[in-house]
Write a protein that binds this ligand. Structure first.
Ligand SMILES: C[S@@+](CC[C@H](N)C(=O)[O-])C[C@H]1O[C@@H](n2cnc3c(N)ncnc32)[C@H](O)[C@@H]1O
Ligand SMILES: O=C(O)C(=O)C[C@]1(C(=O)O)C=C[C@@H](O)C=C1
Length: 247
């Protein structure tokens, strides 16, 4: 994986453009996400462990909004169920190109990995195969809020008995004090990871129009409305959490 440090917002920008998963972001993405999302390495590795418990024989495991394929690689490290394959989907051409290179690298280092297909496409337009595991790892927050229930309903309909959706998101909090505290602590996390006040402020304005976090209560209600029967949070670090939703 690229070790290039994220300096995208280090210099003052006359106007901060909306955040996009373009070539510049792709180059620094492993560093950016690790320094920005508290608990990210733990979530990704354990997503593989969880997936191994839900994977059903001869089914598909989806990594939706796969970026550079970190989740896909974890699925391939942990899932040994017969006849499973991974489908990774992202609508950023730059991400997909680099993801394919990284997965070729994983194939050349390890044997007996699950087969994988990387699709450049919109997850809102995807025809789902019967699936046992669907991962949305920090992707739903970039989907327009009015499209989220429809997407989750389609995922629910594709899920086989015994399968699961694993949904990781940045959270907002209905309680004003809780929201302020966890937001401040997230800024402290970024500062401790070497981001300057300018970088933190410019990144905040870059993502505010394109990334719309929900509260845990909103996630739970929406997942139940989409037909899931049970929602179980399994990880939270500051204002980032991951949930298991059962069909
Ligand atoms: C924060 S990143 C996901 C990180 C990745 N899952 C990981 O764990 O490393 C969000 C990704 O979702 C992708 N994305 C956003 N909207 C999408 C859509 N409608 N269809 C497909 N991919 C989308 C972006 O291109 C981006 O790569
Ligand atoms: O909330 C923030 O400040 C972030 O930087 C979060 C976040 C994310 O959750 O996806 C935003 C964009 C990048 O993909 C990496 C991290």
């Amino acid at each position: 994986m690229s070790k290039e440090p994220d300096r995208i917002f280090a210099k003052p920008l006359a106007q901060v453009p909306d955040f996009a998963f373009n070539e510049d972001v792709v180059r620094v993405f492993p560093d950016m996400i690790k320094r920005s999302v508290p608990g990210y390495p733990t979530i990704v590795e354990n997503l593989g462990v969880l997936a191994a418990q839900f994977a059903q024989p001869n089914s598909v495991l989806y990594d939706l909004g796969s970026s550079l394929g970190a989740v896909t690689q974890a699925l391939r490290r942990h899932v040994r169920t017969d006849g499973c394959r991974v489908i990774a989907v992202d609508n950023s051409a730059a991400m997909v190109e680099r993801c394919r290179e990284y997965l070729n690298g994983q194939d050349s280092m390890f044997q007996e990995l699950l087969p994988v297909e990387v699709i450049e496409g919109d997850i809102l337009a995807l025809e789902f195969h019967p699936a046992s595991v669907v991962a949305l790892n920090f992707t739903l927050q970039f989907i327009a809020p009015d499209q989220r229930t429809a997407l989750l309903s389609r995922i629910r309909q594709s899920l086989l008995p015994g399968g699961a959706l694993i949904l990781s998101e940045k959270l907002r909090f209905n309680d004003t004090e809780e929201h302020a505290l966890l937001t401040d602590l997230h800024v402290a996390f970024k500062r401790a990871n070497g981001y300057s006040e300018l970088e933190i402020a410019q990144k905040r304005s870059a993502i505010e129009n394109v990334m719309k976090p929900d509260s845990l209560e909103e996630h739970r209600e929406r997942l139940l409305a989409a037909g899931f029967s049970k929602v179980v949070p399994w990880f939270q670090c500051l204002n980032f959490a991951s949930l298991i939703a059962l069909p």
